[in-house]
Design a protein around this ligand. Structure first.
Ligand code: NAD
Length: 501
């Protein structure tokens, strides 16, 4: 559709006509909770309840896992002809694209992101993920090893079985699609648990899988709270793997649950405190500043790799701060997420807004100077808004430089050359991503070698495609999304030794 059509009225009219899928999706059908419990899905732009959603518990998890296991064993998906499976996933990807507007509204309504971010980032990211992994299906190979003449040894790569996928609320559709791609491509059955703050799009997703020709029982959805549904899934003895994106705190719990149950595999993609480094030799400050503001304020700063620690060489520090301030004012407009001119929506919930504002108070008390922001949106008092905020005069031992704020709060830390920058950048429990701006090619490569992060950008920020690996070092976790490496996390190898006599 012509982008001229995407007016505020267009989105509000379409949103007003939507019917919400509020029940669990198990074995190809919608199902309320056995005990009838629900929880509210709340619009963070207004504070109003959008709809009540089924609140699952152990009963629904048990039911979904049993269906997923039965379907896996039946072979209807796990042993489907690879090219037929590929065709289903390709159609699934195409159907997401065809339903882009509905997905855009659903995720925007319950978690507050600007609807045009959905159209420009989340939808293409989800469509491409499923397409990329669909294309790998007939290229997954085992191996035959070199043995003595009287033996044949080969290695089979097989699906794990039942995979529990637990996702956060910051990219509800895209985080699910990043994990569904490799999980489904390799033949597993899935129980997806959306975040309770953003449950609205998961039903449509599961429905489209069936419309694409996917067998019922392969992709199931159970809604509910983390400590109820997520925990029950992670403690379940018949779940072979949990694929998780979320906080480091919950990632650690999942590893405990695996140990307390069946030693299921757990892959984790958790928090970050990403450094964006600008060295003194960098001569195009406007470009670095544009990337830096987008790197921290995009998606309201609710991004695992939000570039929240900006390490700027003392020589260019003051100039950088002035340009950063001006560019933020030019680029970011707080407002209604369904208005295409909005570039920052509300935070996901009122309680998250409170948490982010409390970090701003902490920053002030720690002695950092508040260069701009720090407030809410007075014209929308019931919305969970926080202005883009910048602290300067920060040092890396301050709480605002150490903890993941997960909101639009940037800190600028002055540094003295690259060694100082790397030492500060690595002084964190996290290790998701890092960027450096320099004209010195040796420094760029030395930085890439020495920085403790799973993703490194040189003279850019947040670039990549499906071939680049997504995952972290240290307490960001052990998972790797996107890229072919992800396939190994949803499969296991089997050694077959044949005595030829
Ligand atoms: P969260 O950890 O609170 O919740 C994530 C998911 O885990 C939700 O579905 C939640 O219901 C579930 N959960 C909560 N408690 C649980 C429990 N005890 N047992 C099982 N499941 C439980 O995280 P969030 O607030 O939804 O998301 C923000 C976090 O996600 C941030 O830390 C962010 O950095 C991280 N994140 C990381 C990446 C990455 O790729 N590394 C990407 C996006 C978000």
């Amino acid at each position: 559709m012509d982008s001229q059509t995407y007016t505020r009225d267009f989105w509000h009219t379409k949103a007003g006509k939507l019917e919400f899928r509020v029940n669990h999706f198990i074995d190809g059908a919608y199902l309320p909770s056995a005990d009838g419990r629900t929880f509210p899905s709340i619009n963070p732009a207004t504070g109003a309840t959008i709809v009540e959603v089924a609140r699952g518990g152990e009963a629904e998890v048990n039911r979904a896992v049993a269906v997923a296991r039965k379907t896996f064993k039946s072979g209807v998906w796990s042993r489907m002809d690879p090219r037929a499976r590929m065709a289903v996933l390709e159609k699934f990807s195409a159907l997401i694209e065809a339903n882009a507007e509905e997905f855009a509204i659903l995720d925007s309504l319950d978690m507050g992101k600007p609807v045009m971010d959905m159209m420009n980032i989340d939808i293409p990211g989800s469509v491409t993920s499923l397409k990329f992994f669909a294309e790998t299906i007939d290229k997954i190979e085992g191996a035959v090893t070199s043995t003595a003449a009287n033996a044949l040894h080969y290695i089979l790569r097989q699906p794990l079985g039942v995979v529990g996928i637990i996702v956060p609320w910051n990219y509800p559709l895209m985080m699910a699609a990043w994990k569904l791609g490799p999980a489904l491509a390799t033949g597993n059955s899935v129980v997806l648990k959306p975040a309770e703050q953003s449950p609205l799009s998961a039903g449509l997703l599961a429905e489209l899988f069936i419309e694409a020709g996917g067998p019922s029982g392969v992709l199931n959805v159970v809604h509910g709270l983390g400590e109820e549904v997520g925990k029950a899934l992670a403690l379940h003895n018949d779940v072979d793997k949990i694929a998780f994106t979320g906080s480091t705190e919950v990632g650690k719990l999942l590893m405990i649950y695996a140990g307390q149950s069946n030693m299921k595999r757990v892959t984790t993609e958790c928090g970050g405190k990403t450094p964006q480094i600008v060295l003194g030799d960098w001569d195009d400050l406007d470009t670095a500043v544009t990337y830096a503001v987008n790197g921290i304020y995009g998606n309201q700063g609710e991004v695992c790799n939000a570039g929240s620690r900006i390490l700027v060489d003392k020589k260019i520090h003051d100039d950088f701060v002035e340009r950063f301030t001006a560019r933020t004012a030019e680029n970011f407009v707080l407002g209604d997420p369904l208005d295409p001119s909005t570039t920052i929506g509300p935070l996901v919930t009122a309680s998250h807004q409170k948490r982010v504002l409390s970090f701003i108070d902490i920053g002030r008390k720690e002695g950092a100077s508040l260069k701009f922001g720090g407030g809410t949106l007075p014209s929308a008092p019931a919305g969970a808004y926080v202005e883009p905020t910048l602290f300067t005069g920060v040092n890396n031992s301050m709480q605002i430089a150490r903890e993941e704020i997960f909101g639009p709060v940037a800190t600028i830390i002055p540094v003295d050359g690259m060694d100082d920058a790397i030492e500060i950048a690595n002084d964190t429990i996290y290790g998701l991503a890092a960027s450096i701006w320099t004209r010195d090619i040796s420094k760029a490569h030395l930085f890439a070698r020495d920085i403790e992060a799973g993703v490194v950008w040189v003279n850019c920020f947040d670039h990549g495609d499906m071939t680049s690996i997504w995952g972290g070092y240290k307490q960001t976790g052990n998972g790797r999304d996107k890229c072919l490496e992800a396939l190994t996390q949803y499969t296991q190898t089997k050694s077959v030794w044949v005595n030829l006599g």
